[in-house]
Design a binder for this molecule. Structure first.
Ligand code: 26Q
Length: 817
């Protein structure tokens, strides 16, 4: 029963049941939200049945499973995805229509589950979808944040943040499991006791405890027998929570030193270097890792008793970046202190179980925690880190590089400086049996530049798994019109095996197919134009090129390069209003970390320039700029099907992979991008004639930096660039108030232009000109767009998961017999 069989009549009955009994007599037929909820609850009933069957099957097969530890999951909305994955979308459409509603309307209700910042969190969500689709036993573990990523609006062109209230109207998919709650310890001291045999035992005497209560969200596989679970921990106070120390003398001091239990799952931290080192973030990491490990061990004990060799046979644990690194140390502590296991045996278990994914090369983004904080919050764990480090330096490092103190200092898990820090990535690499980067180039740079010594020590450890995206959410569900066309022309189920899309290659030159494909793109653009008008009030023409840059706002992603090019186009149009060009709409979506000043200035500048350009009659509507507020999964699902151009313009070597690049190309957008991250592999797949590559390569970037980069050179030698940078100091866009946009210019000149925006400007501008020419040849563009869709097979997250399974996790599918 891979595909769920349910009739329209049965579904209608179940939806009505929930309207009447769960939601208590909904009489208002216009109440879309109630109908969304009742439909979701009716579908969830089917899902839960499948979940129970999956659990029984996985248990009786004793299936080896992977536990994905991630501080972030960007699930988006669940209804339409679950309907598609169950194969009941059409039945539900008919049932809901009988009740007087359009299913597509109901699918728009409910908040996004926005428990993540960006790529890393969405990757976790795509991976859960693929694991269930391929019938692998898997559990996702994370935090049940009360508030996900902040909601963004613009006031006077500036970003305003408000708390995300995703559970305000309930979440029909999740269920609380107080029976599976766990209690974890924090703070306190370590006591050392000499044993009868002369050895010294460490005994952690914690100061407080905190309880984690899990919420389970079912993860439905596409056309498969499997429903797995995403288990998210919520912090609550326990009876064991030690309130006494609040009154033992210094009440205020005690409050300051201790985090209240409920606070631990209050809010998702925005990705923000300026927030680094926050105690609550550290506690969040330990809280969810410790709860998850207890849960994993309890599950194992239920099925096999305490048998640690069986444990390594049945358990893989994947660390999504360094954020859950403390899980390694926690498992060591449990084995050593609670099961009295010897060090070597405990260490061998950890090495077998853990593997780690690196998502960044940026030095400032590599996580470090101060020894001081470690000692205060997790004193026993610090002892264990020291011992791991000692063993590593005295054995592996000393054997390879005898008495090389420079090397010891470089590789040590502890960074010596004015404040001693624990290097979490080093801890991961030393402990894990596999470490992977997320695209070919990124993994190569991890080996060559980030961890060359670790690579020399363990040449087999560092590896690559190129990221992927689920074609269910990112094509089948979000682009129904294109999906129908593909169903018609592709023999096999492309949503299961995306490589089947290569059958389109043969059609790329066919005028009839080109027409059909581009007609759908246009219909999607009409829809997107409506959304744009609704969100911004700006009217845009679907005949213009829809040029899209959607991703978190960061200097390395270079939204300001896009911005400078817009200024150049505007300036050319003012000089020559008859300039021949296809009209262009530049569409942005991005949230800036609340403490990232320059990122917020870039948002402000784009909004200010947009105001001026959009109302300038002189340019005859040839240029429009819109910044869509509150970019999130559900907004991405509306933008992507209507995109013509995908902006992937990071400084080469800085974007580990990118996954938006894959989503846009899959939906027939043509990429303009640098040779960075997965862009390189996208170019390999689609061919160089179907992508616009520009800019300095990784090697060239290194050479420029080595020579001593001088951005003023480009300012002084490129007259257009000089003109538009000087514009930013004037009051042209901010009448009566010059210098309001100067922060960008300042960062690019006096600030040294750390991401080589000026060095890549001309090449970027030339690539855009080539793109404009290509677009005006309609048949040429249609061919390019079709080939982009046709060649995205590699970027199915099912392929990524299969790579993890074969090279890292070694799972066997647990499907229905
Ligand atoms: C760190 C400290 C304190 C608070 C937050 C954080 C934090 C939060 C989120 C640090 C990093 C992140 C997220 C990183 C991320 O999304 N990386 C992206 O991962 C994608 C999936 O592999 C890649 O495609 C992107 O290239 C990479 O930037």
């Amino acid at each position: 029963m891979a595909l769920t069989k349910i009739t329209k009549a049965e579904l209608t009955k179940r939806i009505k049941h929930h309207l009447n009994f769960t939601l208590d007599d909904v009489t208002d037929n216009q109440n879309k939200e109630a109908y969304w909820k009742a439909t979701s609850l009716a579908i969830n009933d089917i899902v839960v049945e499948k979940l129970q069957a999956t659990k029984a099957r996985q248990q009786s097969a004793n299936a080896r499973s992977v536990n994905y530890l991630s501080l972030e999951y960007l699930m988006g909305r669940m209804l339409s995805n679950n309907l598609h994955n169950l194969g009941v979308y059409e039945a539900a459409e008919a049932a809901v229509r009988d009740l007087g509603h359009e299913l597509s309307d109901l699918c728009e209700q409910g908040a996004d589950l926005a428990l993540g910042n960006g790529g890393l969190g969405r990757l976790a969500a795509c991976f859960l979808d693929s694991l269930a689709t391929l019938d692998y036993a898997a559990t996702g573990y994370g935090i049940h944040y009360q508030h996900g990523l902040f909601k963004q609006s613009f006031k006077d062109c500036r970003q305003v943040e408000e708390p995300d209230m995703w559970r305000e109207f309930g979440n029909p998919w999740e269920v609380c499991r107080p029976d599976a709650a766990q209690t974890i310890a924090l703070y306190g001291h370590v006591k050392h006791e000499t044993q009868a045999d002369g050895t010294v035992k460490s005994i952690w005497e914690p100061k407080t405890h905190c309880k984690g209560v899990p919420w389970d969200i079912p993860i439905v596989g596409y056309n498969s027998a499997t429903v797995n679970v995403l288990r998210l921990w919520e912090g609550t106070a326990t009876e064991a929570f030690d309130w006494d120390h609040f009154s033992d003398g210094n009440y205020i001091h005690a409050l300051k030193d201790n985090v209240r239990a409920e606070t631990v799952s209050k809010v998702l931290y925005p990705k923000d270097e300026h927030e680094a080192g926050k105690e609550l973030r550290f506690i969040q990491q330990y809280f969810f890792c410790a709860c998850s490990l207890k849960d994993i061990i309890a599950r194992h004990e239920r099925s096999q008793g305490i048998d640690w060799s069986a444990f390594t046979d049945s358990t893989a644990i994947q660390l999504n970046d360094t954020h859950p690194t403390i899980a390694i140390v926690e498992l060591m502590r449990i084995l050593l202190d609670e099961y009295d296991m010897a060090w070597d045996e405990s260490w061998a278990i950890c090495q077998k179980v853990f593997s780690y994914t690196n998502h960044t090369l940026l030095p400032e983004a590599l996580e470090k925690w101060s020894v001081r904080l470690f000692e205060k919050v997790l004193p026993r764990h610090l002892e264990i880190v020291y011992r791991i480090n000692e063993d590593f330096l005295n054995n592996e490092v000393n054997e390879k590089w005898p008495h090389d103190f420079q090397m010891r200092r470089k590789l040590s898990l502890i960074e010596e400086g004015h404040e001693r820090m624990v290097r979490m990535a080093h801890l991961c690499v030393v402990s894990a049996h596999k470490v992977n980067g997320v695209a070919e180039i990124h993994s190569k740079l991890v080996k060559q530049d980030l961890f060359p010594e670790f690579d020399a020590l363990w040449p087999e450890k560092l590896t690559n798994v190129t990221n992927g995206i689920t074609p269910r959410r990112w094509l089948k569900a979000c682009n129904p019109k294109l999906s129908k066309l593909l169903d018609k022309h592709v023999n096999e189920d492309w949503a299961k095996d995306l490589n089947n899309l290569s059958q389109l290659v043969a059609l790329a030159d066919t005028p009839k197919f080109q027409k059909e494909f581009m007609a759908i793109k246009r219909e999607n653009k009409v829809e997107l134009a409506k959304e744009i008008e609704q969100l911004t009030g700006v009217v845009v023409s679907p005949d213009a090129i829809f040029d899209v840059q959607i991703k978190r706002l960061h200097e390395y992603k270079r939204q300001h390069l896009n911005f400078l090019h817009i200024l150049a186009l505007y300036s050319r149009l003012l000089e020559n209003p008859n300039l021949v060009m296809q009209p262009r709409v530049f569409i942005f979506g991005a949230k800036a970390a609340p403490g990232y000043h320059l990122a917020k200035e870039i948002i402000f500048a784009i909004n200010k320039v947009a105001e001026k350009i959009n109302s300038d009659q002189r340019i005859q509507g040839k240029l429009k700029v819109v910044f869509l507020p509150n970019y999130r999964i559900s907004l991405a699902e509306k933008i992507i099907p209507g995109a013509d151009v995908s902006e992937q313009i990071s400084t080469a070597g800085k974007e580990a992979s990118g996954t938006g690049n894959m989503k846009l190309a899959l939906n027939g957008a043509v990429t303009i991008g640098t040779l960075d991250g997965a862009n390189i592999e996208i170019a390999e797949e689609v061919g160089n004639e179907n992508i616009f590559i520009f800019g300095n390569t990784v090697e060239e970037v290194k050479a420029i930096k080595a020579q001593g980069y001088n951005p003023y050179h480009f300012y002084e030698t490129n007259a257009e660039l000089k003109k538009i940078l000087d514009w930013l100091d004037s009051d042209f866009f901010t009448p009566g108030q010059p210098y309001q946009l100067s922060a960008i210019k300042h960062s690019l000149l006096d600030g040294g232009d750390p991401y080589l925006v000026l060095a890549d400007f001309q090449s970027y501008s030339d690539a855009h000109q080539a793109l404009d020419i290509a677009y005006r040849d309609q048949s040429r563009w249609a061919r390019m767009a079709i080939l982009n869709t046709a060649c995205m097979g590699k970027f199915n997250s099912d392929r990524s998961i299969q790579d993890y399974v074969e090279n890292i996790w070694h799972l066997a599918p647990c499907a229905e017999k």
